[in-house]
Design a protein around this ligand. Structure first.
Ligand code: PLP
Length: 399
């Protein structure tokens, strides 16, 4: 049976106090108990339905976590104050000193910096590999490896990871497969394809209004309980807790995600095809000549397209910068990092979100200077947008 993430999400409803159509917001950091025994039992994890302290869990955070788990098809989820606040505890929970991670080399710059520069302080070391080369991935696994880490569609180069094959490999070697699905919510569902943990930066498409940072890790109930353990849970002890008000507002935005993703994908495919026809080097998984096109098609859920992220090569950083400034001037979008906003956002990843990656390595992975990463917005008339974008590209000599 096909996995239907949007329907799973839609079917989940909690009501508020007084019959509110949205669940009530829990506005407390701590909770009272009618008996000392109940408090003790809660501490020990034996009192179902009781809350202790909001760094551990709160009703609003659990509502959002439950919705995201339903969307990803996992038993449970733990929300966090940011995407990095979800990623780093998951990795630290799964790996101890002396252990090893095999990671895609094209990942978000912050995750790359954590693995490359920070995790080695704890003697957790990472081999960065071309995730599309399964032989290389397998060859990098050692007897110390615990985790294979990748993004379903990678930042910023939009490489597509073969999640079923990576999951098979992980199982064969007794490893956990962690997939950051930030670029492709609803369109791809890594957990039903075998991923052990699915992560999102909620900051992006899921929240969709560029007004907050947030993150989530989705996995088995056992793993989520481990993350939250008061004794040795990385999420509980490192403390990247989401605020209840934010959890409530993200849950409300999540309700329209299916409509937004369709429009982001529709607009991005339209522009990708036009730019490619105009002769620009264009990277978009929906284009037939994208190396991951067929793979993406084989994994995608029906109706959500190939996502809102699109990469165009302007030829040089100077031209890319000029084009972005002009597009902003013409109100086509904003020169800004991040993604998933109603308005198009653009940046040159080599000098922004991937600047943590050394220049030499950027070259090796095909991240050239003139690349513009677009998060395509929800524009009503994308043809009109295209005409104005094209005039900008012409004016700065890209076309
Ligand atoms: N994962 C991906 C793919 C991202 O693009 C980002 C941020 O840009 C993150 C994780 C980190 O998320 P946050 O900024 O919410 O901590």
């Amino acid at each position: 049976m096909k996995f239907k993430p949007a329907d799973q999400l839609q079917d989940l409803q909690h009501f508020g106090e007084f019959g509110g159509v949205n669940p009530s917001i829990s506005d407390s950091s701590t909770y009272t108990f009618l008996s000392a025994k109940k408090m003790f039992d809660t501490f020990e994890g034996d009192a179902e339905g009781c809350y202790l302290y909001s760094r551990h869990s709160s009703p609003s955070n659990l509502y959002l976590g439950e919705a995201l788990a339903a969307m990803e098809g996992t038993e449970a989820a733990n929300v966090a104050a940011s995407g990095m606040g979800a990623i780093t505890p998951v990795l630290l929970q799964l790996c101890r000193a002396g252990e090893h991670i095999v990671s895609s080399r094209t990942i978000y710059g912050g995750t790359y910096a954590f693995l490359k520069n920070f995790a080695p302080r704890f003697n957790i070391n990472t081999s960065f590999v071309d995730i599309t080369d399964l032989e290389k991935v397998e060859a990098s696994i050692t007897d110390k490896t615990k985790v294979i880490y990748c993004e379903s569609v990678s930042n910023p180069l939009l490489e597509v990871a073969d999640i079923p094959a990576l999951s098979k490999m992980a199982k064969k070697h007794g490893l956990k497969l962690i997939v950051d699905n930030t670029f492709s919510p609803l369109a791809l569902s890594p957990a039903p394809m075998g991923a052990d943990v699915v992560i999102h930066s909620l900051t992006k498409f899921i929240n969709g209004s560029s007004d907050t940072v947030g993150g989530v890790a989705c996995g088995t109930q056992e793993f989520i309980d481990e993350l939250r353990s008061v004794n040795d849970g990385a999420s509980m002890l490192l403390g990247p807790t989401m605020d209840s008000f934010r959890a409530a507002s993200i849950l409300k935005n999540l309700r329209t995600l299916h409509i937004r993703i369709r429009q982001h994908s529709h607009n991005a495919l339209f522009l990708a095809e036009k730019f490619q026809d105009d002769g620009l080097r264009t990277v978009y998984p929906g284009l037939k000549n994208h190396p991951g096109h067929e793979l993406y098609k084989s994994m995608m859920n029906e109706g959500f397209g190939f996502g809102g992220m699109l990469v165009v090569d302007a030829g040089s950083l100077e031209k890319a910068n000029k084009a972005m400034e002009l597009m902003q001037h013409k109100n086509l979008g904003y020169l800004a990092v991040s993604l998933g906003f109603y308005k198009t956002l653009f940046s040159a990843p080599g000098t922004s979100t991937s600047s943590e990656i050394p220049e030499e390595e950027q070259k090796e992975m095909g991240l050239s200077d003139g690349i513009i990463r677009f998060s395509i917005g929800l524009d009503n008339d994308i043809e009109r947008t295209y005409e104005t974008m094209k005039s900008c590209m012409k004016e700065v000599g890209i076309l």
